[in-house]
Ligand binder design. Structure first.
Ligand code: ADP
Length: 454
């Protein structure tokens, strides 16, 4: 298999060779034909000049003599054409021998073109409208070219070919440069995807490209790598979280049961109740995992109906009022007045969302704290904010809080929880085509913002 670089280079070079050859041939043909036209024009002017000189001579002398116009012979000999002067009866006055110029022309092969056949043209010499004689002009090619003409033509051809070769050379260099520019980022991305497929998620492509599509490809593969790395990390964390959640109640049960068996602890009702609580906690964890499974399998069915959010949230606040009061927390709500907060949704599921958020806010807020639920409208969207001034969430935990079984460190060690509340919240909101965002500062508090569409 060929590399993309060599394939691209070969392709570009072949295209340039074809293009340059075509241009060179085309320019060559055009220049040659224009040059020939010019030479034919020059030749015709020469014929006219010879005729008019002979006319002038006849006018001056009134008759032909043996040396009328013989001054033209030298020029004719040098110019490789043959002159013969005839009187009005077509009787030769003087003439050149075509063999003289033939011998001379053999020295220059370029001049003797077109097979060297001698052709001659006859022109009338008229004075006062009357034919007084004729001149035959003969030559060994249809167009006569002097050495300078031939050299000029040759040098033009040479420069066309030289410029073609130079252009080709420049294009080859440019092709190599561009194919490198194309191939390096592609190669880099290809290497990255190979290492991703091998499970190495720590690699990244850093070869930037100024070609938009390649740069987008590089960025998206980097994002893919980032996401795979994140998913891999979550998977590992999930396994460790599950084993942690299972091991904790099991250890308690095992230690206590062993102590009872060894006779260290009495099997009192109080102790058995305590152990039963652990079993219940364990069962709750499994139930939570079941709930999660149901949501993640997307098999959950929503019972859509009209939900009046202000009534719903108000009701939940009333339910939690005592819990908040007992913890010394002020739980309040603030709804923008004169607005219609009803929407189409699953009432029970939405209730679950607000219960999870409000109970979290109360759970993670210490006494003398405040939990405030705000609701307002923005165009057709209903926005609900659940804000507390509790312990807040660490910046490094923030991206993970909506993940399954994710629990902040503090929550894991000091506060009861399952780590699935927010995962369920996010799932329900997404099923309602809404969105949820979180802002939090450790030690300052947390604000969840839900946007729902009517
Ligand atoms: P949990 O059962 O632990 O509350 P959640 O999925 O509801 O599980 O929450 C996940 C984690 O997000 C919690 O363990 C906690 O670290 C953090 N979190 C959620 N809500 C808040 C809040 N209002 N204040 C501080 N931390 C919170």
């Amino acid at each position: 298999m060929q590399s993309i670089r060599s394939k691209l280079s070969v392709l570009l070079i072949i295209c340039s060779i074809i293009a340059i050859t075509l241009i060179t041939v085309f320019v060559n043909i055009t220049v040659n034909s224009k040059f020939n036209e010019y030479m034919v024009d020059t030749q015709n002017k020469r014929y006219e000049r010879i005729v008019s000189i002979l006319q002038e001579i006849y006018k001056r002398d009134g008759k032909w003599t043996n040396d009328s116009g013989t001054e033209l012979l030298h020029e004719a000999y040098m110019g490789n054409y043959c002159l013969t002067l005839l009187d009005k009866n077509k009787k030769s006055i003087w003439g050149m021998d075509p063999n003289d110029i033939k011998d001379k022309q053999h020295l220059n092969t370029m001049v003797v073109n077109e097979k060297g056949i001698y052709t001659s043209k006859r022109f009338e010499i008229k004075v006062n409208g009357e034919v007084v004689g004729y001149v035959d002009i003969g030559q060994y090619s249809s167009v006569l070219l002097s050495d300078e003409d031939v050299n000029f033509k040759l040098s033009i051809n040479k420069s066309i070919i030289t410029s073609g070769v130079i252009t080709l050379f420049i294009i080859i260099l440019i092709s190599l440069y561009f194919s490198k520019k194309f191939s390096i980022p592609i190669k880099d991305v290809a290497n990255l995807s190979v290492s991703l497929s091998k499970g190495n998620f720590n690699t990244k492509s850093s070869t930037k490209s100024n070609i938009e599509e390649l740069e987008n490809l590089r960025k998206s593969v980097n994002i893919l790598a980032e996401k795979l790395k994140y998913q891999d990390m979550l998977r590992k964390r999930l396994v460790s979280d599950i084993s942690h959640e299972i091991r904790a109640p099991l250890n308690v049960l095992q230690n206590n049961l062993e102590a009872i068996i060894d006779g260290l602890f009495p099997a009192s009702t109080e102790r058995l109740n305590y152990l039963n609580e652990e079993v219940v906690r364990f069962g709750r964890l499994l139930n939570n995992l079941d709930v999660l499974k149901e949501f993640e399998a997307e098999s959950i069915k929503l019972n859509f109906g009209n939900v009046v959010l202000d009534e719903l949230i108000q009701g939940i606040c009333e339910e939690y009022y005592m819990t908040a009061k007992n913890k010394g927390i002020v739980l309040s709500y603030d709804f923008e007045p004169n607005q219609d907060y009803s929407l189409t949704g699953d009432k029970d599921k939405l209730k679950q969302v607000f219960i999870n958020l409000i109970s979290n806010a109360l759970k993670f807020t210490t006494c003398n704290g405040k939990v405030l639920i705000k609701m307002y409208k923005n165009n057709e969207n209903i926005i609900i904010e659940v804000e507390d001034n509790g312990i807040g969430i660490k910046e490094e935990d923030l991206p993970f809080i909506f993940e399954r079984l994710y629990r902040g460190d503090k929550s894991r060690h000091e506060i009861e929880g399952s780590g699935i509340g927010l995962t369920i919240v996010k799932n329900i909101i997404q099923l309602h085509s809404g969105s949820i965002d979180v802002e939090s500062k450790e030690g300052k508090g947390t604000k969840f913002k839900i946007t729902l569409n009517k």
